[in-house]
Design a binder for this molecule. Structure first.
Ligand code: ATP
Ligand code: MG
Length: 398
């Protein structure tokens, strides 16, 4: 057992296949959790208000209720032996209520930290994890007191931002004031705009007994604030960078007493130093490649942590490139009527794994699926990914 054990393992016996695992949220992350759980012989239950949610459609049981609906929560707790979450904006109160009835991981307190950028950054700071210089903007006085060194910066709403939503780049004080108006004067974090060399993330899993395992450090390319491509190529990330990333991610997991799958996003700066951007208390888009390129996926790690099963170190068996499939692909060069991409064409390339989440309507910016390309070598993986990107009409920015 690890020296960092926070819980008595005896208090968290393994929940074995045949039992039911529940998940709050029915999006694609919930769907891939359900797939992993079912392939290991679990039954599944999903709570999501949408009757056609991706996870709800494939789960044994779908409770179609709001996240704060007491009857819905009771129904989920009745069905499931243990419950996790697939998105961080589940009301913490709902997780706390569920935890009175059944095992819940990650805990409400850890999810609550990730729900609020201000809390999250203060938490990183407290743990000695470097992050971008920032200030919390929650009043006119705070706005006026902003340090000049934070400009140019990025103003981000403290809550409910994702995929670059709720963010405005500001060059100077006048722009900052205007941006805060535009964002409705809600509580925001102003971050110094850093010169990024590149971006990485890591997915780790921490068990009830304090054991930590992790996937390899992933390199991420964003377009318009949305993850576009993840590259996981052996030897691709300088060792000192990987070490800083892992140390920081472990520190966050241990400092939070975290149980479950945790992803931390980082910026790598020109001098090779690393700063934490944000954490996700769940599997992450940048870890999707692990389904096809690792012997244990991030979703199986989620199942194992929730069920209190052993955590063995995941091994990446193939270099991988993941291309996100956004709804934009249904609208090539400004076309109005949606057109389904030519899946058959990319499936003709060796080592292409197509994942579509079954969302009925394609919209620009909406995550519809992803494609992972695996190969024996980095060169072949990159070459095939470039061909797949060309077929799909994606920019070749990797
Ligand atoms: P997601 O949901 O995709 O993780 P998000 O809406 O939570 O995105 P962030 O992760 O905060 O937003 O930022 C999105 C992207 O914007 C980052 O991945 C990075 O490319 C850029 N970015 C954010 N903050 C900074 C910064 N301080 N300096 C430079 N670039 C930044
Ligand atoms: Mg992010």
């Amino acid at each position: 057992m690890s020296a960092h054990a926070t819980n008595e393992p005896a208090a968290f016996p393994s929940i074995l296949p045949g039992a039911t695992l529940g998940v709050m949220g029915g999006g694609q992350l919930g769907q891939m959790f359900v797939h992993a759980a079912q392939s290991m012989g679990y039954r599944t239950a999903v709570l999501d208000p949408d009757a056609a949610s991706p996870a709800g459609l494939v789960s044994h049981r779908h409770v179609a209720a709001g996240y704060e609906n007491a009857e819905g929560l009771a129904a989920l707790a009745h069905e499931a032996d243990a419950i996790t979450t697939e998105f961080e904006n589940v009301p913490a109160a709902a997780l706390t209520a569920l935890a009175q009835l059944k095992r819940v991981a990650p805990a409400a307190a850890a999810v609550a930290i990730a729900q609020d950028r201000a809390t999250e950054k203060n938490h990183f700071r407290q743990l000695g994890v470097p992050c971008a210089p920032f200030a919390v903007i929650d009043s006119e006085a705070a706005l006026q007191a902003v340090d000049e060194e934070l400009l140019p910066g990025i103003l981000k709403t403290a809550r409910l931002g994702y995929d670059g939503k709720g963010q405005i780049t500001v060059a100077d004080r006048a722009a900052l004031r205007e941006a805060w108006q535009t964002l409705g004067q809600v509580v925001c974090v102003l971050e110094q705009r850093l010169e990024l060399d590149y971006e990485v993330s890591v997915v780790l899993a921490r068990g009830f007994d304090g054991t930590i395992v992790h996937l390899p450090v992933q390199r991420n390319i964003h377009r318009n604030g949305i993850l576009a491509t993840t590259l996981v190529l052996p030897g691709h990330i300088a060792e000192p960078v990987a070490q800083q990333v892992l140390q920081a991610a472990r520190r966050i997991a241990e400092g939070t007493g975290y149980v479950g799958v945790l992803c931390v996003e980082f910026f790598v700066l020109g001098d090779g130093s690393v700063v934490a951007n944000e954490m996700a208390p769940r599997p992450h888009n940048s870890g999707h490649y692990s389904i096809d390129a690792c012997d244990v996926s991030q979703f199986e790690l989620q199942v194992r942590t929730l069920a209190g099963l052993p955590l063995t170190a995941p091994r990446q068996h193939s270099p991988a490139v993941m291309l996100n499939v956004l709804g934009d692909l249904w609208f090539p060069s400004g076309s109005q009527a949606p057109r389904t991409p030519d899946w058959a064409a990319i499936l003709g390339l060796p080592g292409v794994h197509l994942h579509l989440y079954g969302k009925a309507e394609a919209r620009r910016g909406r995550k519809m699926g992803h494609v992972t390309i695996t190969a024996d070598t980095t060169e072949v993986a990159l070459e095939t990914a470039a061909r797949a990107a060309r077929q799909l009409g994606l920019p070749l920015d990797f």
